[in-house]
Ligand binder design. Structure first.
Ligand code: SF4
Ligand code: SF4
Ligand code: SF4
Length: 568
């Protein structure tokens, strides 16, 4: 089985929005990545439409259709009536654009829908159905087959308009390839399973092909308008892609039945869950709200929205000449069978174990908040049991755990820590910070920081992004010295401040400085004294030396005189 729809791994941000949107929780979120479980998915496309990160990845059949168009066999298009709202409400122009792409011919799927309405009418007139569910939507059919098998008894055993038309075209053009063109992803899977068509193109894919080939429908309009005569026969089955469209395709109504329309999977699920309690209902069902004009690959959203699209299809359905063509003899009967939902229901003790792993020990602990993407905590526990979800997806539990952990770390930190908002209101403060600032923790929390500390640095941090690390600051009230670090909380206008108490170090250092100063003074005095002594000694020595010198000179002179006298 090929994969029809998934998410691009690189774009997934693990936000669970797709899971929240999925009506049947067919998405696994493992290893920070969302993936669609094809076996459980009804291909409604809601999840990919909901993803804000453009992670949608639909199987692309452009290449295989191009291959068909380049092949030997002629290719015929079956065009869903929703084309009127996604492109333009003129089949002649649309067909001429398709021919430019290489299609041999194109017909309206509404021809098949007309046959299907005829079969519904016959089933209703047979009167054997307590309720009859009619749907052209493969997502609804798959929803019933997978999740509401009891409702299969009410599902009309008739193929969809696409399959009916595929069969009709195959009968008429046995040597041709048939390509369905519509707004829906699920039609790709239905076509593959039915074998009635050779390929399916979504409106998005076709639009890309038009663009690539440089085909402008507006220009096409001018080219065709001059020559086109064919507008197609008027056909009430062109109403199919709008709400109450199937009902509007009936020529007459059975008085025993109430004809109602249900759109959107949430409403469809509610009806299917209660179908046994209803009676005398003909229910047309569409997975998409506003029906197929709002299909996951429709382009009508960019063309004025759903009401505009409804109005366009209604107007288009009224165009063309009246036709009373006889109905086909082709068998369009199809008995839909139950499909297996492979998920297991865990025993109660396993559910309890999984719930306990996220701190849910009694029903009051189960918040059922939906943040994990599941509607209830038990639903999520069952998904965990089935390997489709992870314990850590419980957002409140993980937040509580993270907060508890950070709270413990902050409260037990030997450093003072506090956080303030942009008005410098203290949001959180630990015991040590309160003690350093000389306040009580309970009174400081919620109070303005300005009461306890000069706010200049904090304003500079807030408005001029001036942060600092380990700045020596004296706290006014207590006279304590701290090494202060100021930072902004990432992506928030909050500041947090860490204060390391360095009062003892500062005191010790200042004591040391004092001792050093005193020692230096004493040393200086001693040196000065010594100098004086030295000078005194020197001067004394100087005097003595002079006297000695004089005495010695005197002595020498006396001796010299004596010697001279003796020689004479
Ligand atoms: S919506 Fe789903 S696919 Fe998209 S980012 Fe969120 S988790 Fe991923
Ligand atoms: S396509 Fe629909 S059913 Fe499938 S996973 Fe997405 S939301 Fe669920
Ligand atoms: S409390 Fe947790 S498990 Fe329960 S619904 Fe919320 S996020 Fe999911």
């Amino acid at each position: 089985m090929r994969e029809y729809l998934n998410f691009k791994q690189a774009n997934c941000k693990n936000c669970y929005k797709c899971l929240r949107e999925c009506p049947v929780k067919a998405i696994t979120v493992l290893g920070d990545r969302a993936r669609i479980r094809e076996d459980l998915c009804v291909l409604c496309g809601h999840c990919t439409g909901a993803c804000s990160f453009n992670a949608k990845e639909v199987v692309n059949d452009v290449a295989s259709v191009k291959k068909l168009l380049g092949g030997k066999k002629k290719v015929i298009a079956s065009v869903a009536p929703a084309f009127a709202a996604s492109f333009l409400p003129d089949f002649a122009i649309f067909k001429s654009a398709l021919k430019k792409l290489g299609f041999a011919d194109a017909f309206e799927t509404a021809d098949g829908a007309r046959e299907v309405t005829d079969r519904y009418n016959k089933l209703l007139s047979g009167g054997k159905y307590k309720n009859l569910i009619a749907s052209a939507c493969p997502s609804i059919v798959r929803l019933i087959r997978l999740y509401y098998p009891d409702a299969l008894a009410y599902l009309a055993p008739v193929v969809s308009p696409m399959v009916a038309h595929g069969k009709m075209l195959k009968e008429k053009f046995p040597d041709c390839k048939i390509v369905f063109i519509g707004p829906c992803i699920a039609k790709k899977q239905e076509a593959d399973e039915s074998g009635a068509l050779d390929a399916v193109l979504t409106f998005e894919e076709l639009n890309a092909m038009f663009k690539e080939a440089g085909i402008e429908l507006a220009t096409q309009h001018a080219e065709v308008a001059a020559t086109a005569t064919e507008t197609g026969a008027k056909n009430a089955a062109r109403y199919y892609p709008i709400n109450r469209g199937i009902i509007k395709s009936f020529d007459s109504f059975q008085t025993d039945y109430e004809y109602i329309s249900v759109d959107g999977l949430a409403r469809a699920k509610e009806v299917l869950a209660n179908i046994d309690t209803l009676s005398g209902m003909f229910i047309e069902m569409h997975a998409c709200e506003f029906s197929c004009i709002n299909g996951p690959c429709a382009l009508s959203r960019e063309k004025g929205g759903f009401i505009k699209a409804t109005e366009t299809v209604r107007a288009y359905a009224k165009t063309g000449a009246e036709s009373k063509k006889p109905y086909s003899e082709l068998s369009l009967e199809y008995k839909y069978k139950k499909l297996e939902d492979g998920r297991k229901t865990p025993p109660e003790d396993e559910i309890k174990k999984i719930l306990a792993a996220t701190g849910k020990h009694c029903p009051e602990d189960e918040l059922n908040c939906g943040a994990c993407g599941y509607n209830t905590c038990r639903e999520k526990a069952i998904a965990v049991y089935n390997g489709m979800a992870e314990i850590s997806m419980c957002v409140p539990y993980m937040r509580e755990r993270a907060e508890g952990l950070s709270y413990d770390i902050i409260q037990n930190s030997p450093n003072g820590i506090f956080a303030v908002d942009s008005d410098l209101q203290i949001l959180e403060i630990n015991e040590k910070a309160a003690q350093l600032m000389g306040v009580s923790k309970s009174s400081a929390k919620g109070d303005s920081l300005e009461k306890y500390h000069n706010p200049a640095d904090f304003y500079r941090a807030l408005y001029e992004n001036e942060f600092f690390t380990a700045r020596k600051v004296k706290l006014e009230k207590t006279g304590k010295w701290v090494e202060m670090t100021l930072r902004k909380v990432k992506n928030q206008n909050l500041l947090f401040c860490i204060m390391k108490d360095i009062t003892e170090d500062v005191d010790y250092n200042s004591k040391l400085d004092k001792i050093k100063k005193e020692t230096a003074e004493v040393a200086e005095n001693v040196v000065k004294k010594q100098m004086r002594v030295v000078q005194e000694i020197a001067s004394l020595l100087g005097e003595t030396t002079a006297e000695t010198k004089i005495a010695l000179i005197k002595m020498r002179d006396t001796i010299s005189a004596q010697e001279r006298d003796e020689q004479k």
